[in-house]
Design a protein around this ligand. Structure first.
Ligand SMILES: [Zn+2]
Length: 362
């Protein structure tokens, strides 16, 4: 893949750093092939994740390093929310959660957030995790029967809460403070990510990563941490790997911090792109559909692989300031200016789930 990069100035150091990342990503197929041909074939046809993880964008990435080691592609659908663990401001995140529950029928949900667990009451938890109230509201609207966030109820969905506390002004960063589980089925805990006692290393609040911020699809088959194994990266996940409000906030913070590369990683058999081509009209998915549809405008009749590549490229071009943004134009413009000032590398990559092969680069 070659980009029209003539008027995009990226600093030499940033390009070199990005190339090291790309080199690692291109080796992913070797590890991916350890999954075996049948499982790879299954993964390339569709996803059947059993768990939804909602994680904040900020400061928790060090934790994710430990947690995602245990994942296998296809198990956990991951959605990034703002630090306050609300998706009120981000309909892309909200739509991604909707997709996980309504389309993928996931009933095992975990929420990760900062702070200490409140007293064991549903109301306190809802206050602590606004996202939970929002899911509960969607639940009653959509009739999922999740029965979330009510103390003492027999939850049909399992719900795990993970709290973290910042090392206050010590610069030591986020620590996994305590694991708190509320209501419902506890059997999921055995499979839960074993992070409760692990310490999150050396990051200060606000630290993203030193090598890259990766915008990836929430799709459970995409695990950016494994693609870039050994590199210090931060991740934002949403359905369709689009420039959502949270993604834009994260990119801005990362670029300000001097992160050398922003990676937009598309993939094959993407449900969000497929839904955009099919002109899905479900209200909770509207903002995701709008973002993807404007990205792929004029390309819809190509084979889906090309459309998926186009979807990732469009975001790259907007961040490079060479394509006019139609969704969140003000924010995209601000972030693109910052990227141009800092000479940050913006890299499109594409993961083929039938082989683990990664295309793209700079
Ligand atoms: Zn996808």
């Amino acid at each position: 893949m070659k980009m029209a990069t003539a008027d995009v100035r990226v600093s030499r150091g940033n390009i070199e750093s990005a190339r090291r990342l790309i080199e690692t990503a291109k080796k992913y197929k070797e590890r991916y092939s350890e999954l075996g041909a049948k499982r790879m074939g299954d993964l390339s046809r569709g996803q059947k994740p059993t768990k939804l993880a909602i994680m904040p964008a900020h400061g928790i990435n060090e934790f994710q390093v430990d947690a995602t080691k245990e994942y296998k592609p296809g198990q956990i659908f991951t959605v990034t929310c703002a630090e306050s663990i609300s998706f009120e401001e981000d309909s892309v995140a909200k739509g991604s959660v909707f997709y996980a529950i309504e389309h993928l029928k996931i009933r095992d949900i975990e929420v990760h957030g900062p702070g200490k667990p409140p007293a064991s009451s549903g109301r306190a938890l809802q206050k602590e995790f606004p996202v939970w109230s929002e899911i509960a509201a969607m639940d009653s609207e959509c009739g999922w029967g999740l029965k979330l966030g009510t103390a003492g109820s027999t939850a049909k969905a399992t719900s795990h809460y993970y709290y973290y506390e910042a090392g206050r002004s010590t610069g030591e960063g986020w620590l996994v403070d305590e694991r708190y589980q509320h209501g419902g089925d506890t059997t999921g805990l055995g499979n839960a990510l074993l992070m409760s006692q692990s310490r999150i290393s050396s990051s200060s609040v606000g630290h993203f990563a030193t090598e890259a911020l990766v915008i990836e699809c929430a799709d459970s088959r995409i695990i950016g941490r494994q693609v870039f194994e050994g590199h210090d990266i931060a991740l934002v996940s949403n359905a369709g790997n689009v420039l959502s409000p949270i993604a834009l906030d994260a990119i801005e913070a990362a670029v300000k911090e001097g992160v050398p590369a922003i990676v937009i990683m598309g993939h094959s058999n993407c449900g969000a792109v497929g839904a955009a081509i099919a002109k899905n009209t479900e209200a909770p998915l509207a903002e995701i559909m709008l973002a993807v549809q404007t990205n792929i405008a004029g390309w819809e009749n190509n084979v889906q692989t090309l459309v998926e590549v186009r979807n990732a490229f469009a975001s790259v071009e907007m961040l490079q300031g060479i394509r006019r943004p139609e969704v969140y134009p003000g924010r995209v413009g601000e972030v693109a200016n910052l990227i141009s000032q800092r000479g940050t590398a913006v890299v499109p990559l594409y993961l083929d789930l039938s082989s683990g092969e990664i295309g793209g680069g700079i």
